[in-house]
Design a protein around this ligand. Structure first.
Ligand SMILES: [Zn+2]
Length: 568
């Protein structure tokens, strides 16, 4: 019997139903009950489960209203986003300023020094009323420009969200980015009259009462370990979040039940495995802005680098109509991801660059990571009205994400694909990593930066470092089959650890970037701002120092990875 055939749709469905008994806000009784359920069920099967207990800065949403003051006014019961500020009894009052769908330019550098302020609607001292969903980067952008508060009118439902750009637990440096102003989210229906008045250019005064309960809380996070028959210390890590908004049947009780089934199947087949499997139910994904997976990355950093071959994240599988895989991954594992989705999942896909979602907290560690991400196909009737191209459903982050949205057969199918993929990763002698794909991504991005720079920055040394890296990867690939597998795997992982922190992060290995957009060579995207602000301007000169330091950091990372390949 293949591992796919071992996946039991009834046991998946039963666990999904059980987890949906609780609203799983991190650090609350509901999430703790789900943690204890996972622990008890797997322990009963003989699986080793460790429940990590630690404190995290967690934010839980409370009662929120938006009052439109004056004649024709109304009181709208609303929701806020977690980590937004609480207003207290007196609320926050101000004139509305309509910004439509405006937001920050697509950049990892959101501060006014980088992006400038010309041509924008002034928002200082006013209440921003924006159309479409908030993002932490969008909220940060308006807050740093002096907005008193922000109101987001979604295109359909009001979706629950997190508004902090701080990835995981705050540090003395990152805590300065903690939101200091309140935020309100409305459905289109709730916000329609307000938008009409603003479109008629009426002066509108708003009063906001928002409440969040943001505090350090004790939290629980289960991680199961399947030890392979080979006794090897190497492992594959698979994780998904256990916390939810409301019941969160699709997002992510379905992922939690999938993880339980994957642990069960791997345990049953452990004798065949040549490397182990660790299965993590991350807490604090929404209410701690990835606090659980970040805790794990920080605490297990050395072990992850020593033994973790690849990380798979599972989020929201098995909802009705989610027939399409939309994989994303770090570059070195892309060939295998594309091939696996085709062979095991029967779909031809073009895996995308990694995205800043789904507990991708391992970029600084540098372990290869991927996600298959089942989504609704284009044109599906249940697509979210905000950003429908993402393929997420309209009941995403909403009380309507309940069991009736789930498709038992599709959930089993997705789980079978994950089971097949993980079994392959846990038995392949050679880690399916191709550094030449990374080199191609690096050099494509260097080319893009050169044209962005238009000669304003000398990138010759960076171009040389990229070319050396490509040569070293090609030379390594030419002889890799003749190397013993353990030796080759070690070199490939060491290269990932050296290059991924410069390819995908600004903060490097030992810290976490802001939880906003994902970029390649993000540290050097400030070249665009340098050119825009003007090399001779004060801001341009300040940005230039950042450009130089980032260039040095990236050249060093590429050099270290090249040296590993050349030394094999
Ligand atoms: Zn999710």
């Amino acid at each position: 019997m293949s591992v796919q055939q071992k996946v039991d749709a009834d046991s998946l469905w039963k666990n999904l139903g059980e987890i949906c008994r609780w609203e799983r806000y991190t650090g609350t009784e509901g999430e703790n009950a789900a943690v204890r359920y996972v622990e008890a069920e797997l322990t009963a099967l003989g699986i080793d489960v460790e429940v990590h207990a630690f404190s995290s800065l967690i934010s839980i949403p409370g009662g929120t209203t938006l009052e439109v003051l004056g004649e024709g006014g109304e009181m709208i019961p609303a929701i806020t986003a977690v980590f937004g500020a609480s207003t207290g009894e007196s609320g926050v009052r101000g004139q509305a300023v309509h910004v439509g769908e405006a937001g920050p330019p697509d950049t990892p550098f959101g501060d006014p020094l980088y992006t400038g302020a010309s041509g924008e609607t002034p928002v200082a001292g006013r209440v921003v009323v924006a159309e479409g969903m908030l993002s932490p980067a969008r909220f940060y952008y308006f807050e740093r420009r002096g907005a008193l508060a922000q109101v987001y009118v979604n295109k359909g439902n009001a979706h629950e969200l997190t508004v902090s750009t701080i990835w995981g637990a705050p540090t003395p440096e990152s805590i300065a980015r903690m939101p200091e102003t309140p935020v309100v989210t409305l459905s289109r229906e709730q916000g329609a009259a307000l938008l009409e008045r603003l479109e008629r250019r009426e002066e509108v005064e708003l009063l906001i009462h928002a409440k969040t309960d943001t505090a350090w809380r004790e939290t629980l996070m289960p991680v199961a370990t399947i030890t392979p028959g080979s006794g090897s210390e190497e492992y594959v890590l698979v994780g998904g979040h256990i916390d939810s908004w409301h019941i969160g049947a699709n997002d992510n009780a379905a992922g939690d039940a999938t993880l339980m089934e994957l642990a069960r199947v791997a345990h049953e087949t452990r004798g065949e495995l040549t490397r182990g499997l660790k299965v993590a139910w991350w807490n604090g994904h929404s209410h701690g802005r990835f606090s659980g997976s970040t805790w794990y990355a920080d605490h297990m950093f050395q072990e992850l680098r020593r033994n973790c071959v690849v990380y798979l994240n599972i989020d929201q599988p098995g909802c009705r109509g989610a027939t399409l895989y939309r994989p994303f991954c770090t570059a070195e594992v892309r060939d295998w991801v594309q091939d696996a989705v085709s062979r095991i999942g029967g779909q031809s896909t073009q895996p995308d660059h990694p995205r800043k979602m789904a507990d991708q907290s391992m970029w600084g560690v540098g372990v290869p990571s991927f996600s298959f991400l089942p989504v609704l196909p284009p044109g599906h009737l249940e697509l979210r009205k905000d950003h429908p191209a993402d393929g997420f459903p309209e009941y995403w982050h909403h009380p309507a994400d309940t069991l009736d949205k789930m498709d038992k057969a599709l959930l089993a199918e997705h789980t079978r694909v994950y089971a097949g993929a993980l079994h392959e990763l846990c038995t392949l002698e050679r880690a399916p990593l191709n550094p030449a794909t990374t080199a191609a991504v690096v050099n494509e991005e260097i080319g893009r930066l050169e044209s962005l720079s238009g000669g304003a920055v000398d990138l010759g040394d960076l171009r040389e470092a990229g070319a050396r890296f490509a040569r070293a990867c090609a030379a390594l690939n030419a002889k890799i089959e003749s190397l013993d597998a353990a030796h080759a795997n070690r070199a490939l992982l060491d290269m990932s650890h050296a290059v991924n922190p410069v390819l995908y992060t600004m903060a490097g290995p030992f810290d976490h970037d802001p939880a906003s957009g994902a970029f390649r060579l993000p540290g050097l995207q400030c070249i665009g701002h340098f050119v825009e602000r003007g090399p001779e301007s004060d801001a341009g000169r300040v940005i230039y120092t950042r450009v130089l330091r980032e260039k040095n950091r990236i050249i060093a990372g590429l050099g270290a990875a090249s040296a590993i390949a050349e030394g094999v």
